[in-house]
Design a protein around this ligand. Structure first.
Ligand SMILES: Nc1ncnc2c1ncn2[C@@H]1O[C@H](COP(=O)(O)OP(=O)(O)OP(=O)(O)O)[C@@H](O)[C@H]1O
Length: 515
């Protein structure tokens, strides 16, 4: 491979795999210039040479030899502590070019070990970028309905997140995208940061990435802007309203109208009660597990169209009956249509996303929503306390300090993000720089993924030259600031449109609004 421009990158990528391989289940570890079907002695010699250069090879369970002028032959070997224990599978990778080797190396290079800190491989990490696009972190630079549907299909098979995935990608971390899994590590997430630190943008990224990870009839999103900053010149912009084109978003409330705020609080409390009654003594995940097993039997017992009692029992079992305070049982919007169609209504996960929680906890004197802020907070407190069992998650952003820290939504958040104060200046990172901490003490830094930026104008991107140490040869390609189209659609709009088309394609049932 000497003289091959892809060779050094490939060699470095393989050296990284020597560290990551056994954990990642990958055993392509050793690069060598051997002839296909080399005698065992030469294989052993090659292995010893490779171990002399990269001692970590010795700890690996298998070795791949790439042979021929441009590494066209691939041989997998099992390795015992003393060296290879005989030839393994042969494969021919025909007509492999230097460009292929480069692409292969680049594809392998971002693989990182996933071990606890303190182990030698935890050192392998890249510096955080100054800014990043969320779509790049999601691997959806060209968001298409097909790519989203593939993710949703994958989520349906995920036994770790029964009833729906709630996995938010926050941005770029030192070892790839940083994810907050509300099911595995939540249930709730609190984002703290001073004004201008990128809290609202991070909430938008959470909504966008939740939508990319799960279909809209398995995960619904409710948005609440705790402060009506639109038009105040406070730079608050559109708040969470820009997310309302995403089909997962069923409800958007701005805390400036006491009547609607009280209605929202009642409706959210009623939703918790409906879920509690529906689930009985089980919890959200187990309820879904049971339904998946008994799905066929339930389908066979669909009640007759002319039997109101049987219909009512079925609606109660499926959660379609609105719960008291109303003493009359009333089908929720959309429930009648679903019954006519014979489709089982979903019990989706619900994520309540709140911006400016502090403005609800301590509403400013004279703010229009002040009279009803208490009722909204009480409903959010109920979500914080009971949400885990009911499949309802809270993601809230707040300023630092003040009374919010003592509120239940803040106290009961197992996942916490702290954002840095914005730093002015061209060399400083963009807003959105912060750390994610989980309840088990793990902390990871990240640069938040921007989602309301304009789609980049790739045609005007020029090549960038970056000096690189040989130890960093396996890093992903250097990132550089993207130039945005001044008037094009935002990444969020691009994603929302693809999500909308994907939702239509999979015929996702609509989840009713809380308002
Ligand atoms: N991850 C990011 N990458 C690039 N720019 C960002 C990022 N996050 C935020 N910004 C920019 O920083 C500015 C402030 O962001 P944002 O409104 O989200 O902050 P905030 O903490 O909600 O503050 P405020 O509530 O005062 O508006 C906006 O101009 C936004 O476009």
């Amino acid at each position: 491979m000497d003289g091959d421009p892809g060779g050094s990158a490939l060699r470095d990528a393989l050296a990284r795999l020597a560290v990551a391989g056994p954990r990642a289940g990958v055993h392509v570890l050793c690069l060598a210039e051997t002839e296909p079907a080399s005698p065992p002695s030469s294989v052993t010699r090659t292995y010893e040479d490779a171990c002399a250069v990269t001692p970590t090879f010795r700890h690996c369970g298998a070795v791949a030899l790439l042979s021929g002028d441009v590494a066209a032959g691939l041989q997998l070997l099992r390795v015992a502590p003393g060296g290879p224990v005989g030839p393994g599978t042969h494969a021919a990778v025909k007509a492999v070019s230097a460009a292929w080797a480069e692409r292969f190396a680049r594809a392998l290079a971002p693989l990182r070990p996933d071990g606890p800190p303190g182990e030698p491989d935890a050192r392998v990490s890249a510096p955080l970028p100054q800014s990043t696009r969320l779509l790049d972190e999601l691997g959806l630079a060209r968001a298409t309905p097909a790519s989203l549907m593939a993710r949703w299909a994958d989520a349906a098979d995920d036994t770790e997140s029964l009833g729906g995935r709630a996995r938010a990608v926050l941005g770029a971390g030192p070892r790839g995208p940083v994810t907050a899994d509300l099911v595995a590590d939540g249930p709730h997430l609190l984002i703290e940061g001073p004004a201008g630190s990128g809290r609202t943008e991070l909430l938008r990224a959470v909504v966008a990435s939740l939508a990319a990870a799960e279909r809209p009839d398995r995960l619904a999103v409710v948005l609440l802007d705790g402060r009506d900053g639109v038009g105040t010149g406070a730079g608050h912009g559109e708040g969470l309203r820009v997310c309302t084109d995403i089909p997962h978003v069923t409800t958007h409330l701005i805390a400036n109208d006491p009547v609607r705020m009280r209605e929202f609080a009642q409706s959210l409390a009623a939703e918790l009660k409906r879920r509690a009654e529906l689930l009985g003594r089980t919890d959200f995940a187990r309820w879904h597990a049971g339904r998946e097993v008994s799905g066929r039997m339930v389908a066979q017992r669909t009640p007759g169209a002319g039997d109101p009692l049987a219909q009512r029992a079925s609606a109660a079992a499926s959660g379609d009956i609105e719960t008291p305070p109303s003493s009359t049982l009333r089908l929720r919007p959309g429930a009648a249509a679903r019954q006519r169609a014979g489709a089982a209504p979903p019990l989706p996960r619900l994520v309540v996303v709140v911006d400016d929680l502090d403005a609800l906890v301590s509403p400013a004197l004279g703010s229009p929503g002040r009279p009803a802020a208490g009722s909204v907070i009480r409903a959010l407190e109920a979500v914080a306390r009971e949400g885990e069992r009911l499949g309802v998650h809270l993601v809230a952003a707040t300023g630092t300090g003040g009374r919010t820290a003592e509120s239940e939504p803040a106290r009961l958040a197992a996942l916490r993000v702290v954002l840095d104060a914005p730093q002015p200046g061209p060399e400083q990172p963009a807003p959105g720089r912060g750390r994610l901490a989980s309840a088990d003490g793990r902390t990871v830094g990240f640069q938040g993924g921007r989602v309301t930026g304009r789609i980049p104008r790739t045609a005007t991107q020029r090549p960038t030259v970056v000096p690189l140490d040989w130890q960093r040869m396996g890093d992903p390609p250097a990132r550089r600031p993207v130039r945005e189209l001044g008037n094009g659609p935002t990444d969020l709009a691009l994603l929302a449109s693809a999500v909308e088309r994907a939702a239509r394609e999979v015929a996702a049932a609509e989840v009713p609004s809380l308002l």
